[in-house]
Design a protein around this ligand. Structure first.
Ligand SMILES: [Zn+2]
Ligand SMILES: [Zn+2]
Length: 128
């Protein structure tokens, strides 16, 4: 039987927790969920594994405004909408604006390699 290291097991669990939600959780939230499976897990282990998963391109960390430190199990490029009231983060089913980079390229003459576009407003619940 192959011997799995603790790190591998923890990393897999953290990835599973993150892939099974779409709330774009913080490391604390992931820690609380993962601890149900591995009670002796530490928060620093969660942070270390999140960093490894991010480097491996398995997950992303959101880094704009109040989304800083929130994680996304979907590594594909997509846009987000932040609710300014409840701080909920929602995926936006919005076509990727690749042409913006070409435009920026043309305008600046620089080699534009990416962009971030970020939306904020009020979710359904908060706008009632
Ligand atoms: Zn809201
Ligand atoms: Zn997302």
């Amino acid at each position: 039987m192959p011997k799995y290291s603790r790190l591998t097991k923890q990393k897999k669990l953290i990835l599973d927790v993150l892939r099974q939600t779409n709330i774009h959780p913080s490391a604390d939230w992931i820690f609380e969920q993962a601890r149900k499976e591995i009670p002796n897990l530490s928060l620093s282990t969660v942070y270390r594994n999140l960093s490894l998963l991010k480097k491996a391109g398995e997950i992303q960390e959101l880094n704009y405004l109040e989304t800083f430190g929130r994680f996304d199990g979907n590594p594909k490029r997509h846009y987000h909408l932040l609710c300014e009231k409840c701080k909920g983060i929602y995926d936006l089913d919005f076509p990727s604006q690749h042409h913006l980079e070409e435009e920026a390229n043309k305008c600046s003459g620089m080699k534009v390699t990416g962009h971030c576009l970020f939306f904020y407003g009020l979710c359904d619940k908060c706008s009632e």
